[in-house]
Write a protein that binds this ligand. Structure first.
Ligand SMILES: Cc1ncc(COP(=O)(O)O)c(C=O)c1O
Length: 372
């Protein structure tokens, strides 16, 4: 497999740890271990009793059952736990795809959902989101790309980096088309619980026998560093994933699964405060964009905590992001990391005061850049 570099990860590796103000992340304000203990009641005694034994290839039964209960229609046989959803996505793609397979992907999008299929030698057909339609996906264009030769359709709604999503009706249209041609429908549901104007979409695995849903603690749960994720997939697909996992991570660490179980049992306590914070921050972002029309054009996200505004009048957005970081201490992501060089990705899931300060400095830098 030949993988191209992931510019998003290069940029974060270089800048994330020294950023004074981070308004780049697609996640929310992270919780600490002390928060986890107080929100779940997990005691030091329970942690002390943990034995660092080997774990289950598909995940601890109790953890699989909790995930199945919340997202998977109750069937634990469809669940595999992984080190972040990134591992789940990689395992599923590696087990399903062969060179020459036709795959539909969405652009702009998260690199893993595009580049792995490219690296595996698949023929990639791109469902383009159009900035002139505020990135809103045309479902008809997506459906047209799915043919008798399509092996898999890979989507992520609500979406990183644009924050757009689709309706449940359109999800079902995608399912119908995928079923007609026998394609797998892979749904990165990292932001499933983070919607603002509609209820969360159903997990695709509950409405389609070849639907595969991916979930993670890295976004609305505020636990990115725990590295815990999962997929909901047909058991025969999971069997193939295990065959690959036998050569890599073998299983998720028991310590992570202990914490994950307790978090799953208290999910609302984690999600609610961060969802509320994201709502407040989205309003801050909306007002900021309106006050700075002419400098930025923003399609307000309907899900997730990532936004993808266009910078007006900045000739070199990569260089601008570099200067913003070095001179103002503010971290955003250059849109070139997503193949859209006139845009930047903003993250509005963090602390409100940091967002306000970061946006303020960004507006000052934009004013200076456009009056040069
Ligand atoms: C859309 C999307 N999917 C998947 C991932 C991978 O997340 P993780 O492996 O932390 O669950 C990310 C990370 O940023 C993401 O933005």
């Amino acid at each position: 497999m030949q993988l191209r570099p992931a510019p998003l990860e290069d940029w974060l590796r270089d800048n994330y740890f020294t950023a004074e103000i981070d308004i780049s992340s697609s996640g929310v304000q992270p919780y600490s271990m002390s928060d986890v203990r107080s929100l779940t009641g997990l005691t030091h005694d329970e942690l002390d009793r943990l034995v660092f034994d080997d774990g289950y290839s598909l995940g601890t039964p109790a953890v699989r059952a909790e995930i199945a209960k919340r997202w998977g229609g109750g069937d634990p046989d469809k669940v595999m736990t992984t080190s972040g959803s990134g591992e789940a996505i990689s395992l599923v793609l590696m087990s399903l795809l062969r060179p020459g397979d036709e795959v539909v992907v969405v652009q702009p999008g998260y690199h893993l959902l595009i580049e792995l299929a490219v690296g595996l030698g698949c023929t990639v057909r791109t469902w383009h989101l159009d900035v002139d339609r505020d990135w809103q996906p045309s479902i008809d264009e997506g459906l047209e790309l799915i043919t008798e030769r399509t092996r898999a359709v890979i989507v992520n709604f609500p979406q990183n980096p644009t924050g757009v999503s689709i309706t449940e009706e359109d999800l079902l249209r995608l399912v119908d088309r995928a079923r007609q041609v026998g394609a797998y429908l892979l749904w990165d549901a990292a932001f499933a619980e983070l919607t603002y104007e509609t209820d969360p979409l159903p997990d695709v695995s509950t409405v389609y026998e070849r639907g595969i849903g991916f979930g993670t603690f890295s976004k609305v749960f505020g636990l990115a560093g725990l590295r815990f994720g999962w997929c909901l997939a047909p058991p025969e697909v999971l069997r193939d994933c295990v065959r690959i996992r036998d050569y890599t991570t073998l299983h998720v660490a028991p310590l992570i699964e202990l914490v994950a179980l307790r978090v799953l049992q208290h999910a609302e306590a984690f999600i609610e405060p961060r969802h509320q914070q994201a709502r407040t921050n989205r309003e801050i972002l909306r007002r900021w964009a309106r006050a700075n029309e002419g400098l930025v054009s923003l399609a307000l996200p309907t899900g997730g905590v990532a936004a993808f505004p266009r910078l007006e009048g900045v000739s070199d957005v990569d260089a601008f992001c570099d200067r913003l970081f070095k001179e103002q201490g503010v971290l955003v992501i250059p849109g070139s990391c997503f193949g859209a060089p006139q845009h930047i990705r903003l993250g509005f899931g963090g602390q409100a005061d940091q967002l306000v300060e970061g946006l303020d400095r960004l507006a000052t830098a934009l004013t200076a850049a456009t009056s040069r």
